[in-house]
Design a protein around this ligand. Structure first.
Ligand code: SF4
Length: 379
């Protein structure tokens, strides 16, 4: 066993749970005081922060998280939007509306349809685009995604993909076509839970997925996004493993910026009920704790969350949010809301309203924070 899988295997779940349960308020206070945004804390420092004792210290934790975020990122929140290219999928993830067993309308956009969706987003000032597909290379393989990237790059300074795990050569081809970011969420770092919620399809291969962000770093992506699907396992353990995975990637792929997303399970076709639901307060605690341990990581919140929760998290730790999202292929041009999408969107505000809410908090919405010319010196 090698790579991050070896780190995962080296730490006992029961020992982590015990460390979390036995953490005292004094342990959590020490961790908050030690997080000054300069010193890199060991991932284990997150254990008292996410503990039940740490929950009572959410306010001081949030103040410290706000200070670190301000110092590292300024008064900015960057905006992006997902573009669903295809919802064909060979997997049976029990929590997902696009699960191969679900009777939903399947659609793979044509290149012209992708461009039309993208243009609509561009008209709404979106400059950072995330291309999303289910796992069906027949409908969206690396070559097709490269062609899409080349066509979209003139419209979008930043282009990322959230697709099934690929090999390093395929990632390299995507990077060469102008894709600068890769998001691969492990969903859960617990192998048993992972096996239970991924009963069939290529996604059952836990290790191949786990190593995908590192392959992406080797291939040259500027941004690497990781995340756990909140509601599948104990969020406190997922927070610890996210911190470790992020720190591992920061060391191994030091030319890439690492970000952490917090996708919390939402209603989807199939009616899956999260076995370990996460409350708003717990999610806020998790975000603050990760900010304290990962001062430089981008922290990302999608439209899975409510407008009020998202607005409240602006500045506290979150640095990047999606806006005006549709989660079905063709959803922007069709004007289709949550119905038929991968999951039900909770924040349905248009992009302009999300930007106005950010400004109302004294922060600047950032449409563009990257230009390929920065690398070549031509920007
Ligand atoms: S989560 Fe992704 S891989 Fe799983 S069924 Fe949905 S689209 Fe397919």
């Amino acid at each position: 066993m090698s790579g991050f899988a070896a780190e995962l295997a080296s730490t006992d779940r029961a020992a982590l749970l015990e460390a979390i349960a036995s953490a005292s308020a004094a342990d959590a206070e020490r961790a908050i005081a030690g997080a000054d945004g300069d010193a890199t804390l060991a991932a284990a420092a997150i254990l008292p922060l996410v503990s039940p004792a740490g929950a009572a210290l959410l306010e001081p934790m949030a103040r410290r998280a706000r200070g670190i975020t301000l110092r590292r990122f300024g008064r900015t929140v960057s905006l992006y939007a997902p573009l669903y290219v295809s919802n064909h999928c060979a997997n049976a993830c029990v929590y997902c509306g696009f699960n191969a067993g679900n009777d939903v309308v399947r659609r793979a956009l044509t290149p012209d349809e992708v461009l039309a969706e993208a243009q609509l987003l561009r008209d709404r000032h979106i400059s950072q685009l995330l291309l999303v597909t289910g796992e069906s290379p027949r409908h969206a393989d690396a070559a097709a995604l490269c062609r899409m990237a080349r066509a979209l790059k003139p419209l979008f300074p930043s282009l990322a993909v959230e697709v099934y795990p690929m090999e390093t050569d395929e990632y390299r081809a995507l990077a060469g076509a102008g894709v600068d970011g890769l998001a691969v969420y492990q969903e859960t770092y617990d192998r048993g839970t992972y096996a239970a919620v991924h009963p069939s399809g290529p996604k059952r291969d836990f290790d191949r997925r786990l190593a995908a962000p590192e392959r992406g770093g080797r291939a040259g992506f500027r941004q690497l996004g990781i995340g756990a699907l909140l509601g599948l396992d104990d969020w406190r353990l997922e927070a610890y493993w996210l911190a470790r995975h992020a720190q591992y990637l920061m060391k191994r792929c030091w030319t890439s910026r690492v970000s952490v997303s917090f996708p919390r399970l939402r209603p989807a076709a199939g009616g899956f009920q999260p076995p370990r639901p996460v409350s708003d307060r717990e999610l806020a605690q998790m975000i603050c704790a990760l900010r304290l341990v990962l001062p430089d990581a981008g922290l990302v919140l999608s439209t899975r969350e409510s407008p009020q929760f998202r607005d409240n998290m602006v500045g506290i730790g979150v640095t990047r949010i999606s806006a005006g999202s549709r989660t079905a292929p063709g959803g922007y041009c069709d004007g289709q809301g949550g119905a038929g999408g991968q999951f039900a969107v909770c924040d349905e505000r248009p992009v302009s309203e999300v930007a106005a809410a950010i400004r109302a908090r004294g922060y600047d919405p950032v449409w563009k924070d990257w230009d390929a010319g920065f690398e070549t010196g031509t920007a």
